[in-house]
Design a protein around this ligand. Structure first.
Ligand code: ADP
Ligand code: MG
Length: 464
């Protein structure tokens, strides 16, 4: 197969010229000269056009073969860890939308997906803005009207995700009316995460009380059962009443959020290929956002790990599978990721995400993180990044942190309208919304890109 070359589905050239030029040539780049396409995220260079999602255009005039306006694709056949940074309003959430649109089941067939096997996505929507993925841009809203105009210029028809499931925490308002209220099962939360939730060390006296109670309860219990166990004097000897009271008091607070039910959500039911599951979490505490993320991440690596191990064994021994149609790939996408996995606070999702990225490769799991605080994410997660999107940043400390996590070489030289911009850090300061450097481990240097317009409505515009 090849790229869709029919005249009516070809992307427009869009960028006739660019104000950016660089003398840095590519030593290694997957460039398919026919049709001028650049493919990122591929560990071995190949001309295959399968499993590609469309990202946008190359925005630089490049010395040697000029790649300006080449179509940029991401190969999604392998698990990725993608890190998106930039200031507020630089285009991070927009990128998340572009990536999720690329791998989800869309209403009409589209050139932005080139032979893509649909992936199941789980989107941690800390600002509750991604419900719009289920709708094409609404021309009645000025921000969406300009989106439609851009789509027309790029020759990409509007679209929407046809299999979108929206989840809200108990006690929050519905936006579209189609949201389902979700709850978590208490017995899916491991000891160390309960400790993180009540702000205690695992080996502290309160951590010990929790550990004993959880072990005694085993499985199928609610938060109220943990509280009753801790409050019951006959279960305890040699533990100060005050310690137990403190734990019970904090657990009561958690119980009151209504986030836990004995029979909480079943993540395996959400694992439908091509489905996008969005968790609209704006209205709950950050620690609870982190908890939801943690439970999702743990369930995903457990279920998908088992699934892939079984598939491998079945293939080796040529046995038939159990006929379950789990997806082969899952993406966990987190907007404003510093809120759920900060490096400077013990939050429940931190260790879960570290484990998720460690086990991800064998289990078909990708992680996509967006943050405006590049230095605020746990380093054990960031050391696994293989693709970074770096948008405009202003503060030197943020720029340094972001550049440190770009998994390829920075640009050595750039000219903006003929003037030299010598430092990579200064190049990052001058980008407009929707422009970024994409650093891909498999490419010899970062590449300057213009991200395509979204085909679904972008819900993250600022109110006017
Ligand atoms: N690729 C793009 N194409 C066109 N406009 C974009 C693009 N990316 C961002 N923008 C514009 O920038 C605004 C802010 O983008 P957004 O992704 O919400 O920022 P943030 O980085 O704060 O998440 C959008 O509402 C949109 O108007
Ligand atoms: Mg955003």
């Amino acid at each position: 197969m090849s790229f869709n070359q029919s005249a009516n589905s070809r992307f427009s050239k869009v960028l006739e010229k660019s104000q950016y030029s660089t003398a840095d040539q590519f030593v290694k780049l997957c460039h398919v000269a026919k049709g001028n396409n650049v493919i990122l995220g591929r560990s071995k260079s190949s001309e295959s056009t399968r499993h590609l999602i469309y990202l946008g255009k190359v925005l630089e005039n490049t010395a040697g073969t000029n790649l300006l306006s080449a179509d940029l694709w991401l190969d999604v056949s392998f698990p990725h860890v993608i890190y998106i940074t930039g200031t507020r309003g630089s285009g991070k959430s927009f990128d998340l939308g572009v990536l999720v649109e690329g791998v989800s089941k869309l209403n009409t067939e589209t050139a932005i997906q080139n032979e893509v096997e649909p992936v199941t996505t789980f989107l941690i929507d800390t600002q509750s803005q991604f419900w719009t993925l289920g709708y094409p841009p609404n021309g009645g809203i000025p921000a969406n009207a300009s989106q439609l105009e851009e789509l027309r210029q790029w020759n990409i028809p509007p679209n929407y995700i046809s299999d979108l499931a929206l989840f809200i925490p108990p006690g929050t308002d519905k936006i579209t009316g189609t949201e389902q209220v979700f709850a978590l099962s208490a017995d899916q939360v491991p000891h160390e995460e309960w400790c993180a939730l009540i702000g205690q060390d695992v080996y502290s006296p309160q951590g010990h009380v929790l550990g004993v109670a959880l072990e005694a309860l085993g499985s199928n219990f609610g938060v109220d059962d943990v509280i009753s166990y801790i409050e019951s004097d006959r279960n305890w000897r040699n533990v100060a009443d005050l310690t137990r009271q403190a734990v019970a008091y904090k657990l009561n607070d958690i119980h009151k959020t209504g986030l836990f039910k004995k029979d909480g959500m079943k993540i395996s039911d959400m694992l439908v290929p091509g489905r996008c599951n969005v968790f609209l979490l704006r209205d709950i505490r950050d620690v609870d956002k982190s908890l939801v993320t943690s439970i999702l991440a743990r369930q995903l690596f457990t279920i998908m790990g088992q699934h892939h191990r079984k598939k491998k064994h079945e293939a080796f021994f040529e046995r038939d599978g159990d006929g379950r149609s789990l997806p082969s790939k899952v993406w966990l996408v987190i907007d404003e990721a510093h809120v759920v996995a900060p490096s400077d606070a013990q939050m429940p999702a931190r260790d879960a995400l570290v484990e998720y990225v460690k086990r991800g490769r064998d289990a078909g799991l990708s992680l996509i993180l967006a943050t405006q605080q590049p230095s605020a994410i746990d380093d054990r997660i960031l050391s696994q990044v293989n693709i970074a999107f770096t948008h405009r940043l202003a503060f030197q400390s943020d720029i340094n942190a972001a550049v440190n996590r770009v998994p390829t070489k920075a640009l050595q030289s750039l000219k903006l309208n003929g003037s030299d911009v010598k430092e990579f850090t200064d190049m990052i300061r001058i980008l407009d919304a929707g422009e970024c450097f994409i650093g891909d481990q498999a490419t010899s240097r970062a590449i300057l890109a213009r991200i395509r317009p979204r085909v679904t409505s972008h819900g993250g515009y600022s109110p006017v």
